[in-house]
Design a protein around this ligand. Structure first.
Ligand code: GLU
Length: 462
């Protein structure tokens, strides 16, 4: 059985790099009919917040990634960690170290002066004497004194670290609290992890964790260290690029499946396929195919994917989602026509909501540049005679009915389409651009169209 996990430190929001790591773990577990677990790494009470944990759970909920069992909180497990520290002490695989901070600093300075890599010198490793008084000791684990630590990384290949790069590192601080690499290794082993997929910023924690696994006689999982996501220009992904809160994507009108599709392709590929349904991801994803080089965040691609998923969503679903953006169409009689128009044109739900509002609500004010451009010459006169024609026409329902009226109108007057098109746009939605005018009129009807035209005419006359 494959067991994976996502193990965020709740120091802030879930950002997209974290979500991608979670997704990779999720897909690999689910593809194999295994388990995907969530572990909240909240041992550092000064940097963690309950709010951040809540935000992480909320983001999981939004993207629909379910995990097995309840989340595991490291802060609940101090006694457990303590028992494993005692076990290592009892077995002579760890020891108390009484070195003071001053002594450590001095050692470091001396080593640096000799151009050596600063490392603990093992002075308490085999200590049997009388410990100095008044010092609360730390606990250090016995790291190998020679040879190498070697592991096979599923993405990066064989990683070899010489024993002299790892010293007897601290596993419990002088106040008794366990340290990061110790608890991660204990948890991963006890939670039954078979595969650990995580950011490659953790690559050099792995040898330390392996030392813990070995000291405790735990079986090693397979490790996959995923290269990071780069922002524009190959720089570190910044808030501006989208390193921010996953929930910002919801607020900006992205669909969760578009975001997941976008993320799976950041660092993983299958031929040149871009669009992956969740079913396809589950069928094909394999961490062994993750790219060994960094991937690049591309906001245009995310927009493109989002447009694709919007276009392919049912109107019912879109109507439900648009409520969060202040547009209520679930029981609107023009729901189908409105959504059919705008799902083809819009890249985000937010943009959709704004454009639908432009149609449903009268323009609050008119774009000045548009007025200047559209309302010259005979525009007022053309508009008012078009309004007259509209009023006289019967049985206007479909966009094609309105289109026929427009066509007849330009023919009768012998004018180009723009002569009526531009002023009519300004009258109906307050600006140039926007959707097809026949579509707009068919949604709001003759009476409202005429009223909007008259409103603009009055305004221009003033
Ligand atoms: N808590 C770590 C982080 O948020 C992840 C640790 C791991 O995946 O091993 O970066």
């Amino acid at each position: 059985m494959v067991v994976t996990r996502f193990a965020p430190s709740p120091t802030g929001f879930l950002h997209i790099g974290g979500l991608r790591t979670a997704l990779f773990n999720y897909l690999w577990a689910r593809r194999n009919g295994g388990e995907f677990k969530l572990r909240i790494e909240d041992t550092d009470q000064s940097r963690n917040s309950a709010e951040a944990t809540k935000a992480i759970l909320e983001a999981f909920d939004w993207v629909g990634m379910d995990y097995d069992g309840d989340p595991v909180y490291q802060s609940d497990r101090f006694d457990l960690y303590r028992s494993y520290i005692m076990k290592l002490l009892d077995e002579g695989k760890a020891y108390y170290c009484y070195m003071s901070k001053e002594e450590l600093d001095k050692l470091r300075e001396e080593q640096m002066a000799r151009k050596e890599r600063p490392r603990y010198d093992g002075r308490y490793r085999d200590f049997t004497g009388e410990p100095p008084e008044g010092v609360d000791p730390v606990v250090r684990i016995k790291a190998p004194l020679d040879g190498e630590i070697v592991f096979e990384d599923g993405i990066k290949g064989t990683i070899t670290i010489s024993a002299d790069e790892v010293d007897d590192f601290i596993i419990a601080r002088s106040d008794g609290t366990p340290t990061y690499n110790f608890v991660v290794a204990v948890d991963d082993a006890l939670m039954g992890m078979t595969d650990v997929i995580r950011g490659d910023d953790h690559l050099y924690n792995t040898p330390k964790q392996i030392i813990v696994y070995e000291a405790l006689g735990f079986k090693l999982p397979r490790f996959y260290h995923v290269p990071m996501i780069l922002g524009e220009g190959g720089k570190k992904l910044s808030k501006r690029d989208g390193a921010a809160d996953v929930m910002d994507y919801k607020r900006a009108g992205y669909l969760p499946e578009a975001l997941l599709n976008f993320l799976v392709r950041l660092g993983w590929s299958r031929g040149d396929q871009e669009i992956f349904t969740m079913e396809e991801m589950l069928e094909y994803f394999d961490p062994a195919d993750i790219n060994a080089s960094a991937s690049q965040y591309n906001p245009d691609k995310l927009l493109w994917l989002n447009a694709h998923y919007i276009k392919n969503s049912s109107n019912e679903r879109l109507a439900g989602l648009l409520e969060e953006f202040g547009v209520y169409l679930l029981s609107h009689d023009k729901r189908e026509i409105l959504l059919d128009i705008f799902k083809e044109r819009c890249k985000t739900l937010k943009e959709m909501a704004e454009q639908i509002k432009e149609v449903l609500e009268r323009p609050e004010n008119y774009d000045e540049k548009a007025i200047k451009k559209a309302m010259k010459g005979e525009a007022v006169q053309i508009l008012s005679s078009f309004a007259e024609k509209l009023k006289k026409s019967e049985d206007l329902h479909l966009p094609s009915d309105y289109h026929a009226v427009l066509e007849e109108f330009v023919k009768e007057r012998g004018i180009g389409f723009g002569k009526i098109g531009m002023p009519l746009r300004v009258a109906l939605i307050g600006r140039l651009g926007g959707p097809d005018l026949s579509d707009v009129m068919s949604v709001i009807g003759v009476k409202e169209s005429v009223e909007r035209i008259e409103r603009l005419i009055n305004q221009v006359k003033e």
